[in-house]
Write a protein that binds this ligand. Structure first.
Ligand SMILES: Cc1cc2nc3c(=O)[nH]c(=O)nc-3n(C[C@H](O)[C@H](O)[C@H](O)COP(=O)(O)OP(=O)(O)OC[C@H]3O[C@@H](n4cnc5c(N)ncnc54)[C@H](O)[C@@H]3O)c2cc1C
Length: 352
């Protein structure tokens, strides 16, 4: 099967019946409901993994209001949804944000992602939650100009940092893992965190402390106060230490790992009527003001909307029926039960 990279190389678009933007619980269950009706889905998410808020913001927390599951861990819910949609073989396109969505003259939709993947879709489901998960920025004046060149929020190629003077910000697993990985390969590594307690795995923290004691890397308790520049290059940073003093550090690159937070992002520019950053839909089809584009889960709004996982599941079921009719207007879609429908059982792989 062609990968996204193969398709980029040939400039090929993926022709799809349904593209779902967002692989949170609503987007995942949309795959299931469409699959029961014989419709295959492509799912795109900025995150590198499924689960949206459940996986990114509270994976270890228990959820108590999923029907028939008195208690279910948030990551467990995502794992169960992934298992449930397996028979429908959705195609996942992770680590890419849908940046462009527009209607074509032939009534289908063009979608383009930040990684260059292009789709021509007959129906689109926006299941984008509170928005696309983006790295929290360093929050220092003038920082944007250096993003991607000398200020980084992810590591694309570790080799780019070999021999370089690095200042790494953060106290979670990403910051510690990269500090430990790059120590010894980079020219120098300074870890900066606003306090002496870390969220990262205790073993990583212990190893970092050993390396600091051995003089192989440095740790500063503090935050960034300002950038130091030389012409159009970043020359280093001024830190504000937790004792109130300041410290200048020379650096070739700054790496910041402050976690991710959802940001509405490109959806705001697609021309939908937004009410408090949510897209208005009808409650029969969960269709937006653009026929063929549907919105489910936290991203939508209608009278009485409640931003609950349960609501997203219900909306996915009704949207699936509407999408089936949209794709095939001449064919009436009858309600069938999974308990008794041979065709649904065949699609589920339980009657073969
Ligand atoms: C701490 C906490 C506890 C909660 N507890 C409960 C609970 O007990 N019960 C309950 O029912 N609800 C709970 N919720 C709310 C619940 O998590 C949300 O209602 C649910 O996650 C919404 O699902 P969703 O699929 O609509 O959106 P999300 O989970 O937000 O997923 C949306 C996905 O879309 C992606 N995306 C957005 N824009 C783009 C784009 N342009 N391109 C590509 N990808 C994009 C995002 O990266 C994200 O992964 C809780 C929320 C929090 C924060």
């Amino acid at each position: 099967m062609a990968t996204d990279a193969d398709r980029h190389a040939t400039g090929q678009s993926i022709e799809a019946d349904a593209v779902i933007i967002g692989a949170g619980p609503a987007g995942l269950f949309q795959v299931f409901e469409l699959g029961l009706l014989g419709i295959k889905s492509h799912l795109v998410d900025t995150l590198k993994h499924p689960g949206g808020q459940c996986a990114e913001l509270y994976p270890d927390k228990p959820i108590y209001d999923i029907p028939a599951l008195p208690v279910c861990g948030a990551q467990e819910l995502v794992d169960r949804l992934m298992q449930q949609i397996k028979p429908f073989h959705p195609e996942f396109h992770f680590g890419q944000e849908v940046a462009m969505l527009s209607r074509r003259d032939d009534g289908r939709f063009d979608l383009g992602t930040s990684a260059g993947t292009r789709f021509i879709a007959r129906a689109v489901v926006i299941a984008a939650g509170l928005g696309s998960f983006q790295p929290r920025r360093l929050g220092v004046e003038g920082g944007e100009a250096f993003e991607g060149r000398q200020i980084h929020y992810r590591v694309k190629s570790a080799a780019d940092f070999h021999g370089q003077r690095l200042v790494i910000f953060g106290g979670g697993d990403s910051a510690l893992d990269w500090a430990l990985d790059l120590q010894g390969k980079a020219g120098s590594v300074v870890l900066v965190h606003r306090r002496a307690e870390f969220r990262a795995a205790p073993a990583s923290v212990a190893r970092m402390k050993e390396l600091v004691s051995a003089g192989r890397m440095k740790f500063v308790e503090g935050t960034v106060a300002a950038l130091r520049t030389a012409g159009d290059r970043l020359a280093g940073v001024t830190l504000k230490r937790s004792d109130g003093s300041t410290q200048d550090l020379d650096a070739d690159h700054l790496l910041a790992f402050f976690g991710l937070h959802p940001k509405l992002g490109p959806i705001a520019e697609w021309g939908f009527a937004l009410d408090k950053k949510a897209i208005a839909v009808d409650t029969a089809k969960f269709q937006t003001s653009v026929p063929g584009i549907f919105a489910i889960g936290d991203i939508n709004t209608y009278p009485g909307k409640k931003k609950l996982i349960l609501s997203g599941f219900h909306e996915a079921a009704l949207a699936a029926f509407a999408i089936a009719e949209w794709l095939n207007p001449a064919k009436k879609v009858h309600l069938q039960y999974t308990t008794t429908s041979p065709i649904m059982q065949k699609r589920l792989g339980v009657n073969e």
